[in-house]
Design a protein around this ligand. Structure first.
Ligand code: 5GP
Ligand code: ZN
Length: 112
């Protein structure tokens, strides 16, 4: 999608602090971290949110979770939270599907 911030980050058109990259997904540190470790995992192909996952595009979600597991393991992180806000009322501010990975502090429940 031409006018999407995270499509541009995934394509390297806007700089980011890369955590991981392969053909399907891109991971990078959040510009406004909410925990000592806070990075985002996004599909390279544009999907607006979890609400747009279909039988045709869902394989990349399984891959994204493999990457989350691999990257956190390599970082030595055992306890972490994965969050995906879907829609403005849920707190989504960038309309390209992303998984927040947060770690390094105590987490509260329920989330705000
Ligand atoms: P959301 O609010 O949609 O759940 O999450 C979007 C996240 O993207 C926020 O945590 C925000 O800090 C992060 N973000 C927004 N713009 C940029 C950017 O240009 N670079 C990086 N690295 N993160 C961004
Ligand atoms: Zn996009």
């Amino acid at each position: 999608m031409s006018d999407c911030l995270f499509c541009k980050i995934a394509a390297g058109e806007i700089p980011s602090n890369k955590v991981y990259e392969d053909d399907l997904v891109y991971a990078f540190y959040d510009i406004d971290p909410q925990a000592p470790t806070h990075f985002l995992v996004i599909p390279k192909a544009h999907i607006g949110s979890c609400g747009e996952i279909t039988a045709e595009n869902s394989a990349v979600m399984a891959h994204a979770f493999e990457v989350i597991s691999q990257v956190t393991r390599e970082m030595g992180i055992t306890d972490f939270r994965v969050v995906s806000n879907c829609g403005p009322q849920a707190g989504q501010s960038v309309p390209h599907l992303h998984f927040h990975v947060l770690a390094g502090r105590d987490m509260t429940w329920p989330p705000g």
